[in-house]
Ligand binder design. Structure first.
Ligand code: IVH
Length: 701
């Protein structure tokens, strides 16, 4: 694992691998935070990842990825709402953690604007509200659209919901507003309102919200407007996007206009001429933080003059003219009573510290995440130790360090899943580095994962069973009639055996819909290879990989035989080569398949499932083309098409595209710059041809 190394010690390959991992981890965290309103990481952990990503990119600028977290903001808009494209992107803010970062910010601005040391640089400072940003479009003074930030370019259209907030005027008051303007600000929930809402939710037996931010996001993003209406949401306006005319000359002037037009603006905003002034303000707000009616996570400083903001512009995801000076996390010391293992919905095992309850920043904390076993080893922590913990605004607090060790024995991470008893393993990637997370290999048979796995199994891209969606899966699971995928096909019998009334008599079903459901289940007793494999939800074997396996093996049985042989022969063996020889298929997918098959529970499940359904063999894409059934490898530079086009075309003509040359290769298409693959093909007597000859062969010359 290169994650712990100083950036200067990373090799290029390690840096590239880590950037890829960071992009993926942060995208997952963003999706959980923005789309599902259920954060995976503490703000501090998230910021640490962002910082690490930035450091690696500075050292290896050429490795910066297109999907880098440094250029991407938030997460794509979710399903459920119509998409709303912002006329001016909704950006993020650069973070400052230390006083010196704020001083650097001001110095950078002075340099950029070529201001002398004595020149005035007025800065506004205001609390950074911990809510979710919203963009409100007004045409001729009337609200026409409200959109969440989404990925910064496109958000979700939540107009109907936004109209229910009393802080959002339907019509602008006063005068002087541009004919068209996007007003931006933060939707939030006051602390007292949040506590009352959670009390109500608890009483009604519903899930409570982790913090006011999640409650605000969850309440605004409701498909049912009536629910949003019943939630106490508020809005502070602090910025604007596209506008058809000028608003003011300064930030403070513009905010005064927003107030005059009927918006709530933060009364704590100030204007200062110096960095010291901004830092004093930060400290005064930090001292007030607990007594404020709403959650804040720092102070935002902005250049006051708008013509200067204009000149300063943006760097990738954030403006040069503003900075978020974040508050440090709150800390406390307590005893670690034990370490429990939580199994996530996708199978990752997370060690969680059970703590002697302690108050941190006004909240009683009795659990803290320990992330993974490497983190536990790094901290050297074990039950009985006195530990320092930190709570950063929201989500699960974390253990920072051991303050005083106890006398207990060292703690060992279990190698079996506590929920189902299957092996729990750490994946090893191509470079031989093992994943920090340990994952349960039980998949569909693990009760901790079952519901999510079953939802995936019936989802549109897998078995696609009409009328059997997330809600029905949860219902059948709760009733105990659906625990494993094969139960879907035995639903009628399972209901009967459980002594429950026939489905026709269940609430919300009725004769017609019950009949329809059983019919659509029966229709899936024959299922295409790729859908079936994708449905199994094996790690690293998603929709694309499943289709690739299907196209290359055609028959389910031949494919599964190869998996078996791969398990028996190991990475050097022939089965393994058959799996990984396919273009785009790496060791990660092969290893996950082997692990899946090595788990007896999975074998039993698969056997039971195959007793109910028949996996249809893949029909070759084309059988009458001159390259149908041939294994083709592309190498060197292609001049008339991209590599992806070439592969897609070959596959459509029934060829199998492989990534490496072996005795099984039929044709090597070699462009200029072809190297070792060409030499190997010639050595093996494989037929080689130029791009032009290939196009000629497939009739596209
Ligand atoms: S100004 C170009 N002011 O913080 C960005 N943002 O971390 C202009 N936020 O996306 C944003 N309070 O959702 C600004 N007083 C405030 C804020 C604030 C909270 C949020 C906003 C932004 C995020 C960046």
């Amino acid at each position: 694992m290169s994650g712990g190394k100083p950036v200067s010690a990373l090799t290029e390959a390690e840096a590239a691998a880590e950037l890829a991992r960071l992009a993926q981890d942060m995208a997952e965290a963003d999706a959980a935070y923005y789309q599902n309103d259920a954060p995976l990481l503490t703000d501090a952990a998230y910021d640490a990842l962002r910082l690490r990503n930035a450091e690696i990119e500075t050292q290896f600028p050429h490795l910066k990825r297109e999907d880098s977290p440094s250029v991407r903001v938030g997460a794509e808009a979710g399903d459920g709402f119509a998409k709303a494209r912002h006329s001016a992107p909704m950006l993020s803010l650069e973070n400052a953690f230390a006083d010196a970062d704020v001083a650097d910010f001001a110095a950078r601005i002075r340099r950029f604007l070529a201001l002398g040391d004595d020149a005035e640089l007025a800065i506004t400072a205001e609390p950074k509200i911990d809510g979710l940003s919203l963009s409100l479009t007004y045409e001729k003074g009337t609200l026409v659209r409200a959109a969440t930030r989404g990925d910064g370019q496109t958000g979700e259209d939540v107009t109907a919901n936004a109209r229910t907030l009393k802080d959002i005027p339907e019509r602008l008051s006063g005068k002087g507003w541009p004919a068209s303007i996007e007003v931006r600000g933060e939707v939030y929930m006051a602390k007292a309102d949040f506590a009352a809402l959670n009390a109500r939710e608890r009483e009604a037996g519903r899930k409570t919200f982790a913090n006011p931010r999640n409650a605000a996001a969850g309440s605004l993003r409701q498909l049912d407007v009536e629910i949003t209406k019943s939630r106490p949401l508020r809005f502070f306006a602090y910025a604007w996007g596209a506008a058809s005319g000028p608003i003011a000359e300064t930030q403070s002037g513009a905010v005064a206009k927003l107030a005059a037009w009927g918006f709530q603006v933060n009364p704590l905003m100030v204007r200062t001429q110096t960095v010291e002034g901004a830092l004093d303000y930060y400290r005064s707000i930090e001292a007030k933080r607990a007594s404020l009616d709403y959650d804040i996570d720092g102070v935002v400083c902005k250049v006051d003059r708008l013509d200067w903001q204009q000149r300063l512009g943006f760097v990738s995801r954030a403006p040069r003219w503003a900075i978020a000076h974040k508050f440090p996390a709150e800390k406390a010391t307590t005893t670690l009573l034990g370490i429990d293992i939580q199994v996530g919905r996708t199978g990752s095992l997370t060690p969680v510290a059970r703590l002697e309850p302690v108050t941190v920043g006004g909240v009683v904390v009795s659990n803290a995440t320990l992330h993974n076993e490497d983190e536990i080893a790094r901290l050297g922590v074990k039950p009985g130790d006195t530990v320092e913990i930190q709570r950063a605004g929201d989500v699960i607090p974390q253990v920072l360090r051991v303050v005083a060790p106890g006398t207990g024995p060292a703690w060992v991470m279990p190698e079996v899943c506590p929920a189902c008893g299957s092996a729990a393993v750490r994946e090893v990637d191509e470079a031989g580095e093992s994943d920090v997370r340990r994952r349960c290999t039980g998949g569909l048979i693990c009760p901790a994962q079952a519901v999510e796995r079953l939802k995936h199994f019936v989802s549109r891209k897998a078995l696609d069973i009409d009328g059997l969606g997330a809600r029905q899966i949860e219902l059948f699971f709760d009733k105990g009639v659906l625990r494993a995928p094969q139960d879907i096909f035995r639903l009628r019998t399972n209901i009967e055996t459980a002594g429950l009334p026939p489905l026709e008599d269940w609430d919300g079903f009725g004769a017609a819909s019950a009949k329809k459901l059983f019919a659509s289940i029966d229709a899936r007793r024959k299922v295409p290879f790729a859908r079936f494999l994708n449905g199994l939800g094996i790690r690293n074997v998603g929709q694309t990989t499943s289709s690739q396996f299907a196209r290359n093996f055609l028959r389910w049985q031949s494919f599964w035989d190869a998996v078996r042989r791969a398990g028996e022969g190991g990475p050097g063996g022939e089965g393994y080569q058959d799996l990984t020889g396919i273009d785009g298929i790496g060791g990660a997918a092969a290893n996950a398949l082997i692990q899946f098959d090595a788990e007896p529970h999975n074998r039993e499940m698969l056997e039971a499932l195959l007793a109910e359904v028949e996996v249809e063999d893949e029909v070759p894409a084309a059988t009458d083309s001159p390259v149908a059934g041939k294994t083709v490898v592309f190498t060197g530079t292609l001049e008339r098409m991209t590599r992806d086009e070439a592969k897609a075309r070959a596959t459509a003509l029934g060829a199998k595209v492989a990534g490496s040359v072996s005795a099984k290769t039929d044709i090597l298409v070699a462009g200029p710059g072809a190297g070792s693959k060409l030499a190997k093909a010639e050595g093996l007597g494989v037929r080689t041809m130029t791009e032009a000859e290939w196009l000629d062969l497939i009739g596209e010359a």
